[in-house]
Design a protein around this ligand. Structure first.
Ligand code: SAH
Length: 224
């Protein structure tokens, strides 16, 4: 999978170089290119934002640098072009799975008050929000999408089973997990998990998952 990120703050994306996404990048399991929108500004001071027409607080990202950056990065429009925006479809595991089937993703990260509407109308395929709250920029939201999508890219996860069992891959939240030591601060691991009886363990996990979902997110059960 090829991923392009268009941003005024490319260094923010360095966070993806750690942990799972970092290892996967080193192994060449995906390609990530960050593009500094400012480099495409035709203004002599490399200005990329200006005051909103009609007045109001803050600055708006100008269309020219973004339009030219997108044209340079994705000239044949092979990418699914995504604008990170609180106005977008709210991200969920279904959208993550759909995006993981794409071979090329392009993320446009907004900043300040947002982006001139004309470049969105002209160049963007979809808008995604990571939730009903406002962040200062689209970089962290883009990384949220990239991290969740990469987990479905073959070989990125060490154990290919891991996405099957997880919360949201099924309509249930995950059961509680335990590891060594068996006794910790006077609390022991549930007996069933050390019983070696896999049918019993599966049943226990299903029951716990159901109970947790019923308590915390009953809406997930109502959908089904
Ligand atoms: N004035 C805008 C908010 C701008 S926040 C409004 O009221 O809708 C600046 C940028 O941060 C946005 O352009 C977007 O790219 C990003 N952003 C902020 N919150 C986000 C969220 N919940 N999901 C995705 N992107 C978000």
């Amino acid at each position: 999978m090829k991923i392009d990120v268009l941003t005024l703050f490319p260094e923010m994306l360095n966070a993806l170089n750690s942990s799972l996404t970092g290892k996967a990048r080193e192994k060449g399991l995906y390609e990530l290119n960050c593009h500094d929108i400012r480099e495409y500004s035709l203004d002599k001071h490399k200005k990329c934002d200006d005051a909103p027409f009609g007045g109001g607080a803050g600055m708006v990202m100008m269309p020219q640098p973004i339009h030219d950056c997108i044209a340079a990065v994705d000239p044949d429009h092979t990418a699914k072009r995504i604008f990170m925006s609180p106005r977008g479809k709210v991200l969920n595991q279904q959208i993550v799975k759909e995006l993981s089937r794409e071979s090329h993703l392009l993320f446009l990260c907004g900043h300040y008050e947002g982006v001139d509407q004309r470049v969105l109308d002209m160049d963007i395929d979809m808008e995604i929000s990571i939730g009903d709250y406002i962040l200062s920029g689209g970089e962290i939201p883009a990384m949220v999408v990239i991290d969740s999508v990469l987990r479905y890219v073959p070989d990125v996860l060490g154990n290919s089973e891991s996405t099957v069992d997880e919360s949201f891959s099924q309509p249930l939240l995950e059961y509680p997990q335990y590891t060594r030591p068996q006794e910790f601060c006077g609390m022991s691991v549930p007996d069933v998990l050390v019983s070696g009886d896999h049918a019993k363990i599966d049943k226990w996990r299903r029951e716990r998952a159901l109970e947790i979902t019923r308590n915390i997110r009953p809406d997930l059960l109502e959908d089904k």
